[in-house]
Unconditional design. Structure first.
Ligand code: UDP
Length: 448
């Protein structure tokens, strides 16, 4: 690999959150294997470099003016994201200037998470190519473009009309206005402002999306035709199906695999609500009772651990075939023959990981983008269903688990999930759509 191409560097700028760091590192690994040098630029928390031992040869750099985790807790995701973009722009430019001065640092491209749009200013200043990376679905990407054009006041009035809520967004069939990713995210004006910033392509010359065309062909063609993205798009997902080392920010408890080994095939329901959402005690209790009453064995991720459950409930959980971990090796869990269903918050990575293993889902989405994903699971792919309502009691938990794991309806969802699994497998194999798209992306980056 002594040729010039092998030394070309790609600078990656991930969002400091598990659901964004993981696909960015998978992308980095795939590009590294194709002869690029990789630099990962990060802030002060949720650092991808915590798994640097799995990425030998990668360079990790911390931006000085990035914000601490306490700011995230104080401001919440939207305001934090906007402030992070304001504070990081200058120091990122300084870093790129230094990198360009260093011998041999021939920068092919800056690939930035769509939410790290501050990166575009440095690309423009130093006349470097930049590419946007969307770690969520193409539907969500397209939906943000539609949202970016809305007027908040008018939209709020329009949405008071139930007919309008159910109306299909013309350019985004089958998405209805009520599915657009806005609820639970914060004040609408602020949500739309973020959408406008994220939808702005600036000087980016391409978009990479962690999706696969067999799952989202209609949204991808909308992006091409009605939403008119206007630059090349590469649908190269699911990235976790390409060989890459773990990039978990938390320690995985592998003891659950031994526990799964003792369970019957497809009998276990796995419950995880992702890396951000935490259940309050009342919800934990209703969930625990509902799971126990369902009489299905269950593996449950509670990031605070079983300590957050009252003792009597912990005892009941262990007596009733339940196993609790703080953080699971999720991809391995979903691929385990004992797992037959996934109770999920419908984060995009979790969905791709579940479909890739043919595991049907119960969706309990909490905010806009997850609701949109859950709508696809229930109504488009029909491989699961949503549990709706602001509160879910033990009876609803029990009924949902039985519906997926025991009823005939659940068996149909499982069958369809297995069909999609095969399609995903084919798409990442030589000649498949994602395989070919990645190949084209590499060729494209080599011309930069
Ligand atoms: N994850 C994991 N172990 C767990 C729970 C989650 O490794 O116990 C991983 C999961 O495999 C996925 C990511 O965390 O890759 C969560 O991303 P997702 O987009 O589903 O949700 P987010 O955390 O961004 O809300």
């Amino acid at each position: 690999m002594g040729n010039k191409e092998a030394k070309r560097r790609i600078v990656l700028v991930p969002v400091p959150a598990q659901g964004h760091v993981t696909p960015m590192m998978q992308l980095g690994k795939a590009l590294y294997s194709n002869g690029f040098s990789i630099t990962v630029v990060e802030g002060h928390f949720n650092q991808a470099s915590s798994s640097s031992q799995h990425f030998p040869g990668f360079q990790f750099v911390t931006i000085k003016e990035s914000l601490p985790e306490s700011e995230y807790e104080k401001l919440g995701p939207l305001e934090f994201g906007m402030k992070l973009n304001r504070t990081s722009e200058a120091s990122f430019k300084d870093f790129i200037a230094q990198l360009l001065l260093q011998q041999g640092n021939d920068i092919a491209c800056i690939i930035y998470d769509e939410f790290m749009y501050f990166s575009a200013a440095a690309a423009k200043e130093f006349n470097l190519p930049s590419v946007i990376f969307s770690t969520t679905s193409a539907t969500n990407y397209a939906s943000r473009r539609v949202l970016s054009e809305l007027n908040a006041d008018k939209f709020l009035v329009d949405m008071e009309d139930p007919e309008m809520q159910d109306q299909v967004v013309e350019s985004l069939y089958p998405l209805r206005y009520k599915d657009l990713a806005i609820s639970g995210m914060g004040p609408l004006e602020q949500v739309l402002e973020v959408c406008r910033k994220v939808a702005n392509k600036r000087s980016a010359s391409a978009v990479i999306i962690n999706t696969v065309s067999c799952l989202e062909s209609s949204s991808l063609s909308c992006l091409d035709t009605s939403v008119k993205i206007g630059i090349p798009m590469y649908s190269i997902g699911p990235l976790h199906m390409t060989p890459s080392p773990p990039s978990s920010l938390l320690e995985e408890d592998r003891s659950c695999i031994e526990w799964l080994n003792k369970q019957k095939p497809r009998s276990v329901i796995y419950i995880s609500l992702g890396s951000i959402y935490e259940m309050v005690t009342k919800e934990l209790l209703e969930m625990a009772w509902g799971l126990c009453d369902s009489n299905q064995p269950f593996l449950w991720v509670i990031r605070h651990g079983s300590e957050s459950l009252p003792e009597e409930v912990s005892t009941m959980v262990s007596e009733r075939e339940g196993y609790i971990v703080k953080w699971a090796p999720q991809i391995k869990v979903l691929g385990h023959p004992a797992v037959g269903g996934f109770w999920s918050h419908s984060g995009w990575n979790s969905i791709l990981e579940s479909i890739a293993e043919g595991v049907p889902m119960i969706c309990r989405p909490f905010h806009g983008e997850q609701k949109l994903n859950a709508m696809y699971i229930e109504s488009v792919w029909r491989i699961g269903f949503q549990v709706e309502g602001s509160k879910v009691d033990r009876g609803e938990v029990e009924r949902a688990v039985k519906r997926l794991m025991v009823d005939e309806e659940g068996a149909g969802m499982q069958e369809r999930a297995l069909v999609l699994k095969e399609k995903l497998k084919a798409s990442v194999k030589s000649g498949g759509t994602s395989y070919n798209a990645f190949d084209e992306l590499v060729k494209y980056l080599k011309t930069k």
